[in-house]
Each structure stands twice: as C-alpha cells, then as structure tokens.
Design a protein around this ligand. Structure first.
Ligand code: NAP
Length: 537
C-alpha cells in the first residue's frame, strides 16, 4: 500500500477518486493518462468494488463477461481470456486485479481507507477530504465512484444483534470460507443475489428455509464455457462488439426489437419466447420486443409464458404459485438470472416461506419468528439488497457551498445535472451516481469518466479553477430523466430503482432510462456547447 496519500501535506492533488470498483479504476487510469496528479482511496482491502464485496457463492456476471469488461486500452482485451460467457466472482475479481497491475494503477491507490467527509472551500477552490482514520487530503476535483449497489440494506425487524448463530449479507460476504454443511440455513431475499446463492446453500445445508417477500421473474442464465476458438473470435470482433454495446440502450450487445409482439400469432410468439428462454443471459429482457416493457397485453403474454415454465419446474403446485409474481410483470423490475433455482424447491430439505402469508416479526437468539411460528437456525443469509444509488453517499458527509450537506440537497430524491454534478457542489463529479446509469454499468461510467477527464483537462488548459452547475440545469435534467421512465411499465413497480425496496425511503427514480446513446449525446452536446448548463470560472 502506498504511504501517505491521505495524509499528504503536499500541494493539493489535481483529482481524487473515491472507490476502486470497475468505474473508479477506469477514472484513475483516464485522469493519469491525461497527465493529472490523481489518487484513489478505497475502503476495502482490495480493488474490485462490487466484485470485491459480493463474494458470496454463486455470485456471477449476468452481462456477458467481455461486454462488461474494459475495451480500452486494447492490451487489456488482448491479454485477458474469459473462461465463461458469464464469469463467476472469483474470475472477475482476478480480472480487476490484473487490470490494476497491468495499468500500474496500484501506486496511486490507497486501500483500507474509508472516506467519511468532504468539505468544499470556496476561498481556496479546493475539496478537503477526510478519512475514517482522521487523515485529510486536499484536491482540486473530487470524483465519487461509489457504485450504485454498495450500501447493504437489512430488514427493519428487531433482534438482528440477538442472533447467536452466524449471519452474512451477500453484499458484505467474508473472505473466509463459509461452511453450510450440516447447518440449518435461512436465506432472506429472492432478488438476483438470493437467487444466485440459494442453489449453493441447498447443496450442503441440512435444511434451507427461504424467506421470500416478493417473488421475481427469473429466467435461466444458460452460461457456457468460452473455447479457445470462441475467445479468438471475440478478440477479432472486439470493435464490432464494442459498437453493439455503444449503440444499444442498455450498453449491452443485445437490443430490443421495435416491431410489436402482438403482430405475431400465439404459436409464433411461443416459438420466439422459447428461443429467448434458451438464449444466454438477459436475452429475454434485452433482446425481446420493446412493447413488452410498454404494453400491458404484450407484457401479460410473456408473464403467462414464464409462469408456465415455473409451474413445469416446481413439483408442488402450491409452492409454484408462491414463486410466481403477482405484483409486477416481467421486466418491471430487474429480472434475476438463475441456474437451477426453481428445482431447489423440489428438494425435501428446502422450504419456501412467503412473508406475504406470515410476516417476519423478529430475529431471535436462535432463529426467525414470523406471525405463524419460529424457525430454528444456525445461519441467516441476508440477500436483502442495497440502499441503492444514493445509499453510499449517506456514509460520506459531503458539504458544498456554505457548508450545505449533499444529503440535504437530495432530501426529496437526487438532483443532478447530466448525472455529473449537483448545484452547490462545485468541482465534484459523480461517476456512476444518480440519474446517469442503467443496464451494463461500465459502458455508462466509461463515458462519464472520459467526459470528466476531458472537462478537467479543458478547465486546466483554460486556466479555470471551478466548475459548477445551476438549479435550472438540474431541473431540466430531472425533467429529461423522468420523461425516460414515464409511461413505461417500470414506472409503477416497487423496486430498488426507485429506492422502494427499503422501508421508509422516499420514492424517487434513481437511474437513467433514456438509454446509453441518448445519455452520451446529451453530455457531449453540453460539452460541445461550451459546457452548457455549467458555470466555469
Ligand atoms: P434486490 O434485488 O433488492 O433483492 C433483495 C431481496 O430482498 C428482494 O427479494 C427483497 O424483496 C428482499 N427484501 C428486502 N428487504 C426485505 C425485508 N425487510 N424482509 C424480507 N425480504 C426483504 O437485491 P439483490 O438481489 O442484491 O440485487 C440487487 C441488484 O444487484 C440486482 O437487481 C442487479 O442489478 C444487481 N445484481 C447483479 C448480479 C449479477 O450481475 N449477476 C448479481 C446480484 C445482483 P422485495 O422484492 O419485496 O423488495
């Protein structure tokens, strides 16, 4: 670990990046390549962000490995070979370590350094950043790359601290081996993380009780190994693949079909759904007809199809019905990908508890109490998700002009301009923050990181020391962000995209539904128009 990055009393840095996930690493690389004096602080003891913390058994990409990975610089593409279409967490973490080494990033990264505060000085035009150990570092520009799903959320029931057994959150999984063998294990939560871990727990636990608040529409991941020939083909096609990602709404290699699924006969539609059910990854969500996300009848046809699949895979009809969502249609929430999830419920030692039938009352010393009984447990796994997008900002006391907290500014939901800045917080940029991403995150955040790099280089070249934005620019962006979600079926779903997975949180749309090409156009248009909506001085 490099010394004294955070205790430096030297000249202020040009830029400080917070977070060594896939976005922060790229931001560090881009700023350093532009010749800036930049450092990165990271709370964890290793790089990788999401792929460092979410190390639970079964954690796996559900974007194609090579579309989630970096495309630049090209030596990263040429020198790394993915073993599977959808790589598991250990491989992804290895990859991000390879990147940190290959780009020689570590000399500017300080690990085990949690940032707890940042205060803007208008007089000095500097941010002073503090860490949990009380060290400070001054920087001209501050860039937060905190990740959209990094602050774990827990059920709001009493007694978690009373439980005498082992407990884990999927998003804070330990580095030590967690042994399920012979144990009575509970998994709470059936989102993407819960659905991924359940088959692994079921293999070894003596009993597995799955506490489900709301079922999800899960489809098979259909993963496969990457052969040497296929790996070569991926390298040969790298430009083509990048262009597909760059020009698709979700930043993925898939794109929606713009004709209507309602124009097909029932038989044609079934063939189409059959094909997607067997296709890899998020094909069902991303390579389907666009009207599935917009039209209730089109959506109902697909949900009926997947419900049928669930009934066919789960032996007990009553359990199957509990696993079929009734509160939302396919795609209204991010659909989890699964590998043998539904078959787990056919095993005699596995029980599904629907919290709709018997709400959780408390966690006790020995297990979980619901309104209908008590479940004795040796281990509880919380797959209960995250305080999404702005949650990680709650752990940092960010103060802008006149000492105003960022959280006050975002009290009624996040307000940003282009997802890049907030009014009253000059020289602070968000990469992967609110109102700026959805889909394949690295493809969105690389666009932001490149933009921020060009912006800082431009300011420096022009002799400017400050960039800020206005309430009017935020208002305009807010309206644009909301127009992207308005009228879609997602608009009415209760999901982490609106923060409504966490009790008591105000509902506000946290992502950007306008698609990657529009997002890129919007931010580059502002840049080309002399940083329209920003104030440079
Ligand atoms: P999530 O989708 O928010 O799921 C959390 C689960 O916990 C939901 O089933 C939720 O129920 C339940 N829950 C929350 N609070 C609860 C409470 N108080 N009592 C009982 N149950 C509760 O979180 P996640 O599964 O960690 O996934 C979050 C996102 O991370 C995904 O949507 C995806 O974007 C990403 N992710 C990606 C991958 C991948 O790429 N392979 C893997 C994992 C996660 P409700 O549905 O009722 O809220």
């Amino acid at each position: 670990m490099p010394d004294n990055i955070a205790t430096s009393t030297d000249e202020p840095l040009d830029a400080l990046v917070v977070g060594a996930g896939i976005s922060g690493l790229y931001q560090l690389y881009a700023l350093r390549t532009a010749g800036l004096k930049v450092r990165l602080l990271e709370a964890g003891s290793g790089v990788g962000g999401t792929w460092f913390w979410n190390r639970y058994p079964g954690a796996r990409f559900d974007s194609e490995s090579y579309t989630y990975a970096y495309f630049f610089p090209r030596e990263l593409v040429n020198e790394w070979t993915w073993s599977e279409e959808f790589a598991g967490q250990p491989e992804t973490e290895r990859y991000l370590n390879f990147v940190a080494d290959r780009l020689d990033l570590r000399r500017d990264i300080q690990l085990e350094t949690r940032v707890t505060g940042a205060r803007w000085s208008e007089a000095e035009r500097l941010w002073t950043v503090t860490t949990e150990h009380g060290a400070t570092v001054r920087t001209r520009f501050l860039i937060t790359a905190l990740g959209i799903l990094s602050k774990p959320a827990f059920p709001n029931v009493p007694g978690r601290e009373d439980f005498k057994g082992e407990w884990y959150h999927t998003g804070l999984w330990p580095h030590t081996n967690v042994e399920f063998t012979g144990k009575r294990v509970a998994v709470i939560g059936t989102g993407s993380s819960g659905v991924q871990i359940v088959p692994f727990v079921a293999k070894d636990a003596s009993s597995l009780t799955i506490f489900q608040r709301t079922p999800n529409w899960c489809t098979p991941i259909n993963n496969f190994a990457i052969t040497p020939e296929y790996a070569q083909q991926l390298r040969d096609d790298v430009d083509k693949i990048y262009e597909l990602c760059r020009t698709s709404p979700g930043g993925s290699k898939h794109r929606p079909m713009m004709t209507s699924s309602l124009d097909l006969t029932d038989e044609q539609r079934r063939e189409h759904f059959d094909r997607l059910y067997q296709a890899p990854g998020l094909s069902m969500a991303l390579a389907n007809f666009r009207d599935i996300a917009l039209d209730r009848t089109a959506n109902a046809n697909l949900t009926a199809y997947i419900a049928e699949k669930i009934r066919a895979r789960v032996d007990d009809p009553a359990v199957a019905e509990k696993l079929i969502p009734t509160d939302h249609g396919f795609g209204q929430k991010r659909p989890p990908l699964e590998n043998g999830y539904y078959e787990v419920f056919n095993q005699p030692h596995v029980e599904l508890i629907s919290l709709a039938d018997e709400p959780m009352v408390r966690i006790t010393e020995t297990g979980i109490e619901t309104t209908k009984g008590h479940y004795e447990l040796d281990m509880i796994i919380f797959g209960t998700g995250f305080e999404a997008v702005t949650g990680s900002y709650r752990a940092i006391d960010i103060r802008g002009i006149d000492d105003r907290p960022l959280l006050d500014h975002w009290d009624n939901g996040p307000r940003t301009y282009l997802g890049l800045q907030a009014e009253g917080f000059p020289n602070l940029f968000f990469v992967g923050g609110p109102q700026s991403t959805a889909g394949n995150i690295p493809r969105f955040t690389e666009v932001q990181a490149d933009w921020v790099t060009r912006c800082i280089a431009h300011l420096t070249a022009q002799g400017h020391t400050r960039i800020g934005t206005s309430a009017a620019a935020e208002e305009e962006w807010n309206e644009h962000v909301l127009s992207g979600i308005r009228g879609t079926l997602q608009e009415t779903a209760e999901s982490w995209s609106f923060g409504s997975n966490v009790e008591g949180r105000k509902r506000a749309y946290l992502l950007y539904a306008g698609g990657l090409p529009t997002y890129r156009d919007k931010i580059t248009e502002a840049e080309s128009a002399d940083y329209k909506g920003f104030e440079l001085s």
